[in-house]
Design a binder for this molecule. Structure first.
Ligand SMILES: *Cc1c(COP(=O)(O)O)cnc(C)c1O
Length: 334
């Protein structure tokens, strides 16, 4: 069966900068961000810090680098850190948490309770006990199908971590999606975190860029570590300008969420095992993931394997009409 253009639901990272974004990039005011500061970078960093509820923020080329910088600052070599099972820092960053930040990863439940977290942290123990110094949270939780953590659940986990003397890093690659799903400002979901990472290159559609934020001292150190990792860039305003346009599109994510629900409902009608999506990620259980993905690709519907399931991610470059089209195509082969 031959098809029209593929409907690309592999990730919200496939979103392309549109004309308005490219025009903003072309017109950006720039300076040397390594020497002193690029004015558009500064504007983006200040805007994101305010949105996310931290004192300061630093632009980084990728979410992985943002997470890594935070881990490098929070961890000493050999420190144990905790993160929900399936977290990006555990399984999707090539082991850099251990390789470069020196951390000993220990997975929690995908959605840990405060009691489970407390038990995992454990008591202080004698001097030869491994030191547990960091909790990493992820909101939304990508591997758990874009699951949202409510602010009171977040607060309880942070309280347990703080009580035990841990620092908290929040991987908020899709914090915007969580905020839109809950109808809350992003800053309501970061309370108590020592550092936060947010992506502009996912559903918000920027070609590149994340920010890592926290206290002024944290960001000063993060700037040094970014330079160590080769992430210091010169006239970054060209990229920051795309980020500012991306930030103006947070409300549009509601459409992606509606599209994800429509996709999940359609697949459920076809008899697929699908949990109702909380945001823009649909995880579908199938008997054979690779076989299912190959069949889908033949009709021009692209997904990826994740958590032993087929993952579809809705995004701004796929319309509600294309979701209906995708369902028609899937129905034809299923
Ligand atoms: C995409 C993503 C990141 C960072 O990804 P990059 O590709 O490095 O920008 C981090 N955490 C989560 C949960 C993500 O989905």
């Amino acid at each position: 069966m031959t098809t029209a253009a593929a409907i690309d639901l592999r990730s919200d990272t496939v979103t392309r900068p549109d004309e308005r974004m490219r025009a903003a990039m072309a017109a950006a005011e720039v300076g040397d961000d390594v020497l002193d500061h690029d004015p558009t970078m500064r504007e983006l960093e200040e805007t994101v810090a305010e949105r996310v509820g931290v004192d300061a923020a630093l632009w980084v080329p990728s979410g992985s680098m943002g997470n890594l910088i935070a881990l490098m600052i929070h961890l000493r070599r050999g420190d144990r850190f905790l993160a929900p099972r399936g977290a990006h820092v555990l399984g999707a960053e090539l082991g850099t948490a251990a390789w470069l930040a020196g951390g000993m990863p220990d997975p929690l439940a995908a959605k840990p309770t405060p009691q489970e977290l407390s038990a995992a942290i454990g008591g202080k123990g004698p001097y030869y006990t491994m030191r547990t110094s960091l909790l990493v949270l992820e909101n939304t939780h990508n591997g758990a199908g874009g699951a949202v953590t409510q602010p009171d659940d977040h607060a309880k986990l942070v309280a347990v971590a703080k009580e035990a003397g841990l620092t908290v890093h929040l991987d908020g690659a899709r914090l915007w999606n969580a905020a839109v799903a809950l109808g809350l400002p992003p800053a309501a979901l970061t309370v108590g975190a020592d550092s936060v990472q947010v992506c502009l290159s996912k559903g918000l559609g920027a070609p590149v860029g994340s920010l890592v934020g926290g206290s002024v001292e944290f960001v000063a150190e993060a700037r040094r570590v970014r330079k160590m990792l080769g992430g210091g860039i010169r006239q970054g305003g060209v990229l920051a300008a795309a980020g500012l346009v991306a930030l103006s599109r947070i409300d549009d994510l509601a459409q992606d969420h509606a599209n994800a629900r429509a996709l999940a409902e359609g697949l459920t009608e076809f008899g697929w095992q699908v949990d109702p999506p909380e945001t823009n990620i649909v995880l579908a259980g199938v008997p054979d993931v690779e076989f299912a993905l190959a069949g889908l690709a033949r009709v021009g519907v692209l997904g990826t394997p994740m958590s032993g399931k087929v993952r579809f991610v809705t995004h701004r470059d796929v319309s509600a009409e294309q979701i209906r089209d995708a369902l028609t195509r899937i129905h034809a082969v299923h």
